[in-house]
Design a protein around this ligand. Sequence first.
Ligand SMILES: Cc1cc2nc3c(=O)[nH]c(=O)nc-3n(C[C@H](O)[C@H](O)[C@H](O)COP(=O)(O)OP(=O)(O)OC[C@H]3O[C@@H](n4cnc5c(N)ncnc54)[C@H](O)[C@@H]3O)c2cc1C
Length: 533
Amino acid sequence: MTPASNPGAAPTRREDLLARLGQAGTWDLVVVGGGATGLGVAVDAAARGLRVLLLESHDFAKGTSSRATKLVHGGVRYLAQGNVALVREALHERTTLLKNAPHLAQPLAFVMPSYKLWETPFYGVGLKMYDALAGSAGLGPTEFLSRRETLACLPTALPQGLKGGVKYWDGQFDDARLALALARTAAAHGALLVNYCPVTTLTHRDGKLSGLTCRDSETGREFSIRATCVVNATGVWVDELRRQDAEALKRTVRPIVAPSQGVHAVVDREFLPGTHALMVPKTADGRVLFGVPWMGKLILGTTDTPRGDLPREPRPFREELDFILGESARYLVRAPRREDIRSLWVGLRPLVKPGGDDGEPTKAISREHTVLVSRSGLVTVTGGKWTTYRAMAEDVLEKCFDAQLVARRPAGVTTNLPLVGAPSEGAVATSISAAPGLHLYGTEAAEVGSLPGSDRHLGGGLTAAMVCFAARHEYARTVEDVLARRIRLLFTDAALAAQLAAEVGALLQAETGVDPQAAAFRELAASYLRMPA
Ligand SMILES: Cc1cc2nc3c(=O)[nH]c(=O)nc-3n(C[C@H](O)[C@H](O)[C@H](O)COP(=O)(O)OP(=O)(O)OC[C@H]3O[C@@H](n4cnc5c(N)ncnc54)[C@H](O)[C@@H]3O)c2cc1C
């Protein structure tokens, strides 16, 4: 049995994680940041046999990586912009992800309804090109739909003026659970991953980065870490470590991230029943709108609004919510209103400004992400998207080897590396569009189902056994960890999540012995239901 297929062998007792963190020695690679990017790097490096440590200041995927539109996609939008190489790579990565984590990433059919005669042939031809770029990695052929067929796929699409539609295939996923699967896959290959452990300072010797200091958020204990290579994968927050690194060398750096926020509103599935997602390629003001069936609900979004600050819990602007509701009303028979929203959440995109700094060879921004190596050897990676996390990780490792920050150059193996819990593709019976349940655990479902409390249903698909499993095997420390990212109730039904906080907190505290911060979670859940004035 490979380590990845036996994740139960890797419990996540915090005392054990911190004991390992305190051991002397030098890590081959320390990754700062436990989102899609950092976790992808950790899996890649650990699977190559390197000694890997990953430190996350909050919980895995607490940043941008739990707030995506949940699409595993080539990016129809990028094709319209003529970015063929980016789309081809993303389509290839889409297939790899669907193969390596079929319990968490699956094909999804999208329909673009046409209200003007030219739209069906115009978008249809573009999507045929999408199919052609995917080649053998295609998930299904693009189809031109009649008016009747369009309404069969999108039963609540506005019938007035509807001419027909185009159906195409992409993928969807559970972003936060995929992040956990990556964390546990890296751990199964020997990496040490610690959440709630922010990196506070970088340490340098003779002008070269030699390690860092991190702090256990629960106890305040500090750890000095030695590393031959440090990867800064802190998403929209990368400039903070870059600035620290430069200041140690008495230099300055220009920020590279220009954050842009995206909002999603979640409503009940009755607004768009069925198994197809709605895609509007060009709304009234030229933006894209998705209506994605997910976890028994419907996600509507998203927006793209530049902002200058980097809050941990950004909130939507009024104009963003008006856009989502206003545009949804133009395509759905029953227009969702503010009071129909079950959860309203926001993510920050780490968009990369062009141009690097003196001394930092900016590698061609040929894809959306950027990798920089500073004079001291700090490797910074940001940008890109969830779908391409694996290819991004390979790029980062290549840069680390090229800069001779890692002594050995073992080959990468992640193309064919199943993630923890991955069943064989044909064995997946329940879609992640459906209400949450044991199916999200893949091959571990039987183990979770056999734990005490598996018949104690707390609500929203969550059982007491799932809370135990989250504490024992999935690094969960707080109520938020469980209700936002182990099961996605904060994102799909914030009111129900708040109701479950006390019970989940009691179960969690019995497992971990620490305060699970139930009251703080209830406040957070209330903010996911607060509409912008
Ligand atoms: C609204 C929206 C929708 C999107 N939809 C999609 C989609 O449908 N499909 C897709 O493929 N992509 C999508 N994306 C893009 C994708 O979500 C991001 O590219 C990806 O999640 C970025 O991951 P990351 O690891 O770089 O950043 P993050 O997930 O933000 O991870 C960075 C981590 O670093 C940690 N950190 C920061 N400072 C420190 C420190 N000092 N010490 C330790 N840890 C630290 C943070 O806590 C955080 O967890 C979307 C993005 C947005 C904003």
